[in-house]
Write a protein that binds this ligand. Structure first.
Ligand code: ADP
Length: 626
């Protein structure tokens, strides 16, 4: 074969500078591109052999070798796949691959960051020029009598083609790294990159590094190569073949999470599209741990990227998992993927599978379901808010812990509430703080559910939106009247008169003009005063505080009512004693005690409360010694 030089087919002098600049942040994808080309070359050869078009020895063992040379600053990829002959190198590398890369860049060089291409597919072989000044291909085709070929290109549009002395079948690609990319001659960097993209590719991949030259031996040593990947990932196996240990191992390895997952779902679908994967429900460390998952997307065992929100419903990203979907069109921009009906079907399928698993568990393993509930409920609630279909599927399977400590569903609660508070759901957000209300509820035998997670305020809105007749009310809501004694007209009149008196007293003592004062006859005479809130106003305030939109103290008393209990002795004293010397102090103390159920005192308030309590004790002491 004669020496030969050629010109790349497309007149695109600026292709290489663009490639080099392209997505600088993850230029490591060239590793994925070159290794997966090697895998393809092996797969093609296997196929030919199956068809009887290529002869292979029975001892054939296919592999890809990645070899770093920190001294020469090279990185080499070798496969023993199908190989290429001279015509094929010209056609596939110099023409097709080049035009593919050129097309790709022409299409996307102006696109903005949001128009990012998923996984940056499409650059293929030419992505090597992101890190290399010069690339050499040596290849020997599987075809009988084939001549090995040597191709060299230095990143200009000219290349060099000549005969090679390569003796073994397959392709060897050597990258002469550019200065900014020397890190890719370091074994650790390459290992990390291989583990990221190639952990589950279907052909064994071995990594090794040539060690620095040894002074005496004057010869570079190559250490034993180590296999990087697992050629059959767990998701590709049939669920029947996988043990619990397998699932846990996979989880530990892939997600580096040493807390055991709660449970998992093995997705295995062939028709009408191909999708395999495993989704894990992670254990949440404690209440304050952020729930943050990772869904790794693969395409034919090649890693694409984490958490691609165009493919995976957002709420599923609270889980951890791997999804392999060969049919996803990845060589398009994210925005077009988002509008792709096919992608929508994929995410609907995943949603259905997740909901099926959860509802199945509810139906047949209710105990387990309850056991996991604390961990999984933020996920389910988030999904409920974000995904219409998921919400529909889960609506009757969301459970709530009640005051008795057992779990009930919304329909169950509503059924129980029919007699006393139809279509109203009472809830607690803080068992300790709202303890005095909980006590009243317990005495009354009325149930409430506990909604104390950060997501619950949003979740409640979602529930009300979807269950139009139902209203949620916090246990201290001013609309709750279950613990009021029934009163007749005369009693009402009497209460009204007394209320006016008390209102005057409290207004004088408290200087809280917005605070409403009410006198009620409660069934339980034990509590003297409590602060109740208007549900809507309170929610609005909570929301504004959450978003930092309001000074938390600015509209404090809006929607708040101090409810005094007519039957309580402490309140009676106020009404009966005309010349009450310490009345202001007494009123303030009553108010503060009621406020304890609502929020913490500020420093000033606490100081005042303690000083006042001391004063009260002093008065008690004086009385004792008088
Ligand atoms: P793609 O892999 O998407 O087809 P590439 O630019 O990566 O695009 O490669 C172009 C073509 O070059 C491949 O389709 C294949 O025919 C050939 N090729 C690349 N690498 C190899 C290899 N290691 N062995 C055999 N053929 C290869």
């Amino acid at each position: 074969m004669a020496r030969n030089t050629g010109k790349l087919q497309i007149n695109s002098e600026n292709l290489f500078p663009i490639i080099k600049k392209w997505l600088y942040s993850d230029k490591d994808i060239f590793v994925r591109e070159l290794v997966s080309n090697g895998c393809d070359a092996v797969t093609k050869l296997k196929k030919l052999s199956l068809l009887g078009d290529a002869e292979l020895s029975s001892e054939e063992s296919f592999r890809i070798d990645v070899i770093c040379d920190p001294e020469e600053k090279t990185l080499t990829f070798t496969d023993n796949g199908i190989g290429m002959d001279r015509e094929e190198v010209v056609k596939y590398i110099a023409q097709i691959a080049f035009s593919g890369a050129a097309d790709f860049l022409e299409k996307y060089q102006d696109t903005s960051a949001e128009e990012e291409i998923i996984g940056h597919f499409g650059l293929g072989f030419y992505s090597a020029f992101m890190v290399a000044d010069k690339v050499v291909i040596e290849s020997l085709s599987y075809k009988e009598g084939a001549q090995a070929v040597y191709w060299e290109c230095d990143g200009s549009s000219d290349y060099n083609l000549k005969q090679s002395r390569k003796r073994t079948r397959g392709t060897k690609i050597t990258l002469y790294l550019n200065e900014e990319s020397y890190e890719f001659s370091n074994e650790y960097k390459v290992r990390e990159t291989l583990e990221k993209y190639c952990s589950f590719m279907p052909v064994p991949i071995y990594l090794s590094s040539k060690e620095q030259k040894n002074e005496q031996q004057e010869k570079k040593e190559k250490r034993e190569p180590v296999q990087i990947n697992e050629t059959v990932p767990l998701w590709a196996k049939h669920p029947n073949e996988c043990t619990e240990e397998d699932y846990k191992d996979f989880y530990r390895k892939v997600f580096k999470d040493y807390k055991e997952p709660l449970f998992w779902i093995h997705l295995n679908m062939d028709y009408p599209f191909n999708l395999k994967g495993i989704l894990y429900f992670p254990r949440i460390g404690n209440e304050y741990d952020t729930v943050e998952g990772t869904i790794k997307l693969y395409c034919n065992q090649v890693f694409i990227a984490d958490n691609i929100k165009e493919v995976i419903p957002e709420y599923l990203m609270l889980l951890k998992g791997a999804i392999d979907c060969p049919d996803i069109p990845l060589n398009v921009s994210r925005s077009s993927l988002q509008n792709d009906g096919f992608v929508k079907k994929i995410s609907d399928y995943i949603t259905k599978k997740v909901a099926d698993r959860l509802t199945g568990m509810y139906k047949t393993e209710r105990e387990e379901y309850e056991k996991y509930w604390d961990d999984i409920n933020p996920f389910i609630k988030y999904g409920y808010i974000r995904d219409e279909k998921f919400a529909e599927r889960m609506n009757d399977y969301i459970i709530y812990k009640d005051l008795k400590g057992s779990y009930i569903t919304l329909p169950e609660y509503l059924e129980e509430a029919k007699e006393t508070h139809e279509n109203k759901v009472y809830y607690v957000t803080d068992m300790a703080r709202q303890a005095s209300f909980v006590e009243l509820f317990n005495k009354e035998g009325t149930d409430a559910i506990i909604l104390n997670k950060a997501i619950d305020p949003m979740f409640i809105q979602g529930l009300e939106f979807k269950n139009k007749d139902v209203r949620f009310m916090r246990i201290d809501s001013d609309e709750i009247d279950i613990f009021n004694e029934k009163t007749n007209e005369d009693e009402e009149k009497d209460l009204k008169e007394k209320e006016e008196k008390l209102e005057k007293m409290f207004k004088e003592a408290l200087s809280r003009p917005e605070l409403k004062i009410k006198l009620k006859k409660l069934k339980d005479e034990g509590s003297a005063a409590m602060v109740m809130e208007n549900e809507e106003t309170r929610r609005m305030g909570d929301m504004m505080r959450m978003y930092g939109m309001a000074d938390p103290n600015a509209m404090e008393d809006e929607g708040r009512t101090l409810v005094l209990n007519a039957g309580n002795p402490l309140v009676k004293i106020l009404l009966e004693k005309e010349d009450f010397k310490h009345r202001d102090m007494y009123c303030r103390q009553l108010y503060d005690l009621a406020m304890l159920s609502h929020r913490s005192f500020t420093g000033e308030e606490l100081k005042e409360f303690v000083a006042r309590s001391h004063k009260i004790m002093e008065l008690l002491g004086q009385e004792e010694s008088a």
